[in-house]
Ligand binder design. Structure first.
Ligand SMILES: [Zn+2]
Length: 593
């Protein structure tokens, strides 16, 4: 965990204009800066960066965030990596609560850098060797690969022989060669030798483009067909995806990413014009993989061979995806005909046919999910239906996207011949109406509906863009707020906690990982309609914000009043509630309310 204080400090020291400008050249336009959006295709610029708010927003696609958010999105980095990168850029050291010893973490980083230099040198060597290796060149040509594609993916050749890397590393006894996964040290004999021998080499890059490991493919008949670098300080198989660095632009342009099983598939697809493919590295697709993929594109396609191993791998991918799902993004599964892998398919039929297959034959996750669950169940018997519910419930519970989870649940309920409510009851053991025992008041449904959500969204937007206005927000006590209202109240409270109001970026970063993160995201996407909303606010705007707040307070009080009156009639009131009722009535008749 990186402490929130540090994130605040970082955001007050970096300038988002500098950060974005490094990747996307910005032009000054009034108070703000403009560019064509790097996250969607556009001809006239609607990507706006505000130096005063330290925040960006695209009025075309709704992408927005702080400097940290930009680096995460643009570079495809996780939060900690993005913070570290920004902090290093301005000479700040990231305090990491889990790392007790800062000296040790500095050393670990230095070691990583020196291992990266080694893998880079090795890769340069393999690339040079490819030119003078006729069998390897013939193999590439046989696969239809051009010199251009081989260069883009940095293909190389590890020659036959035991200690060829001594040519590059005269210090062949250096233990770091073993740590980088380039050299194997045999414990029993004490001998050292190159890990990769007589193989076509595929360098694996991380999201910065640094080489962190290799995949090596045999050219002839040998075993294993594919050999990967072992797990090293640089290379964690469960996190990395082969080809992601090379495919980034195409993935962004198409808003689509294709996950295949082998490096050769990625390179062959790119050669034939499908540039947005990546591969897992000899492991099942992990949740971390899926999270990374969903950050890069809204549409993720998994492509598996149609054999048993492929089916198993697909189900594993689905299981690991469930906790990462997001409404508005889609996962799809494509199974190729049994005799094909993507490499052979695209070589035989071409990119157009492959993409047509992808679009027409892929199963959306929801369909694949229900189909697989029902595959071995006899739904014509009550026992079978009960079995379906039993098997589905632990999986459904993991789905993080509420709308999608509901749709799948509804479909399963239909198949099992029960209502959705009954399905819930059967799987959670709870009756739907049984939730009770909250101390706070819940607003009755009708009055909840009167509180107009677009207005609250507007208030949230104004508050986010102008945190200093939080002083205008007054909300009644003893009221349970939910959804947008709760979010609005929490934001105001957060600002009020500070002596100096935070800027927009700091306020937003404080929401990361909270249940409000997604809500605020969608509110901003809907409520920010026009670039003027990013300009400094006028006195009129402030007045509208104050009026909106007064109106909201009034509505909440009257809803609370109705609720208390109703309870008084039916159940009677506790002494606390009586006091509250008295106060509300007094406010109602006082001229200031
Ligand atoms: Zn955009």
């Amino acid at each position: 965990m990186i402490p929130q204080d540090f994130v605040d400090q970082l955001l007050s020291r970096v300038d988002i204009v500098d950060v974005v400008d490094r990747y996307v050249p910005l032009k000054k336009a009034g108070q703000n800066y403009l560019a064509c959006c790097p996250f969607h295709k556009e001809k006239s610029p609607s990507f706006t960066v505000s130096p005063s708010k330290q925040f960006y927003h695209c009025f075309g696609c709704g992408a927005h965030g702080s400097a940290i958010g930009f680096v995460m999105e643009y570079q495809g980095l996780g939060f900690v990596d993005a913070v570290t990168m920004l902090a290093e850029g301005i000479g700040l050291r990231v305090p990491n609560e889990r790392v007790a010893n800062p000296e040790a973490s500095r050393k670990a980083r230095e070691k990583k850098l020196s291992l990266e230099q080694m893998t880079q040198l090795a890769s340069d060597y393999y690339r040079r060797e490819l030119k003078s290796a006729p069998t390897a060149v013939a193999y590439c040509k046989g696969r239809g690969l051009s010199g251009e594609i081989a260069a883009r993916y940095g293909l190389g050749y590890a020659p036959d022989g035991w200690q060829n890397l001594e040519n590059v590393f005269p210090q062949y006894q250096d233990d770091k060669l073993v740590e980088a996964g380039l050299v194997i040290h045999a414990e029993d004999s004490g001998r050292r030798y190159d890990r990769f021998r007589d193989r076509l080499m595929f360098p694996i890059r991380n999201q910065r483009g640094a080489i962190i490991g290799f995949g090596g493919r045999v050219l002839g008949k040998g075993e294993p067909k594919y050999l990967n670098s072992p797990e090293t300080p640089l290379f964690e198989k469960g996190r990395e995806l082969y080809g992601l660095y090379e495919a980034r632009q195409a993935i962004r342009d198409k808003n689509r990413v294709l996950v295949v099983e082998g490096y050769m598939d990625v390179v062959a697809l790119a050669q034939f014009g499908v540039q947005y493919a990546v591969a897992t590295l000899g492991t099942a697709t992990t949740g971390e993989h899926v999270r990374k993929l969903l950050r890069h594109a809204d549409q993720v396609y998994f492509c598996f061979d149609g054999d048993n191993a492929g089916l198993k791998a697909a189900w594993r991918a689905l299981e690991n995806s469930l906790p990462q799902l997001v409404d508005g993004k889609a996962l799809n599964f494509l199974f190729l005909p049994k005799e094909h892998d993507p490499d052979s398919y695209v070589r035989e039929f071409g990119a157009e046919a492959f993409e047509q297959l992808l679009e027409e034959q892929s199963l959306p996750l929801s369909v694949y999910f229900t189909r697989e669950l029902c595959r071995e169940i006899n739904l014509s018997t009550p026992e079978g239906k009960a079995d379906l519910i039993r098997q589905a419930s632990p999986l459904l519970a993991q789905i993080a996207a509420p709308a999608l989870a509901f749709i799948i649940k509804k479909r399963l309920a239909e198949l099992a011949g029960v209502e959705v409510d009954e399905f819930d009851m059967l799987t959670t053991g709870k009756k739907p109406a049984e939730r009770k025992g909250r101390r706070e008041y819940r607003l009755p449904q009708e009055s909840h509906r009167q509180i107009n959500t677009p207005m609250i969204k507007k208030l949230i937007k104004w508050l986010l863009m102008n945190p200093a206005w939080a002083g205008d927000v007054r909300l009644p006590d003893s009221i349970a707020l939910s959804d947008e209202l709760a979010c609005f109240a929490m934001l105001a409270e957060r600002v009020q906690e500070h002596d100096q109001p935070p800027n927009t970026a700091q306020l937003m970063e404080g929401l990361r990982g909270t249940p409000y993160e997604g809500l605020v995201d969608s509110v901003l996407q809907q409520a920010m309609q026009d670039p003027d909303e990013f300009a400094d606010p006028s006195a009129d705007d402030r007045q509208l914000f104050q009026d909106g707040n007064a109106k909201l307070l009034k509505m909440l009080r009257s809803a609370q009043l109705d609720r208390l009156k109703l309870k008084d009639q039916h159940e009677g009131l506790t002494p606390e509630e009586k006091t509250l009722l008295g106060e509300l009535l007094r406010d109602l008749f006082s001229p200031s309310a």
